[in-house]
Design a protein around this ligand. Structure first.
Ligand code: GRF
Length: 203
């Protein structure tokens, strides 16, 4: 990546992946700047963390903008105003609108707690993912980082890492181990984009 990476986060809940990425920026392990945090949930941990870190925090949702087109524009406008060039969906539970998707084509990344294309798509979020992985008798799972398109979890995967499943694992233990791995894998992958080792499919 030639330009400095300015990251805009969209997150709905806790924002622990976002926090791990912010921490990596602060330690310079990731040479990027977190410039804005947008959440659809005014009570989210993600917004509280952003305020704590002094990063501009915006609540934008169906409550603030009942019209989906207006919401899409407000999200796009916030990203542009803060000079974002890479968008990171870090536990964002909503779909992005067409204007944001087309303006940031190839530059919106999502992190998913499984080895896509397995265990992705509608309904595959949170504990449901790990329950499905264990129910399927898998011996390994992992973390995927993929480019976002208009569907759930179907854009090109740019990085994956594997996590071993122990016979004693239950969804909760697996969820904890996968999330722990996410916290290092996300900033590491972003840094590989900064150095140019990994290229985003920007048109
Ligand atoms: C993570 O498991 C991520 O893979 C998924 O949502 C979860 C977000 O967790 N997309 P957190 O908000 O970062 O703690």
């Amino acid at each position: 990546m030639h330009k400095k990476m300015n990251i805009g986060f969209l997150a709905s809940h806790n924002g622990s992946n976002m926090q791990a990425t912010i921490d990596a920026c602060k330690s310079s392990a990731l040479q990027a700047t977190p410039v804005v945090v947008i959440s659809n949930n005014s009570d989210s941990g993600a917004l509280a963390r952003a305020r704590q870190e002094g990063i501009p925090a915006c609540h934008l949702s169906g409550k603030t903008h009942p019209d989906p087109t207006a919401l899409d524009r407000a999200i796009l406008e916030a990203l542009l105003r803060h000079d974002v060039n890479v968008v990171n969906l870090a536990g964002y539970m909503k779909k992005l609108g067409p204007e944001t998707l087309s303006n940031f084509q190839g530059r919106i990344l999502n992190i998913h707690p499984a080895l896509l294309p397995k265990f992705g798509g509608k309904g595959m979020y949170g504990m449901h993912v790990h329950e499905a992985v264990i129910a399927a008798g898998e011996t390994e799972t992992g973390v995927s980082i993929h480019v976002v398109n208009a569907d759930y979890d179907t854009g090109p995967v740019i990085a994956q890492t594997r996590v071993h499943i122990e016979p004693v694992d239950v969804p909760e233990t697996l969820a904890e181990r996968v999330l722990h791995r996410e916290h290092t894998f996300l900033p590491e992958t972003l840094q590989r984009i900064v150095t140019g080792e990994l290229r985003l499919p920007v048109p």
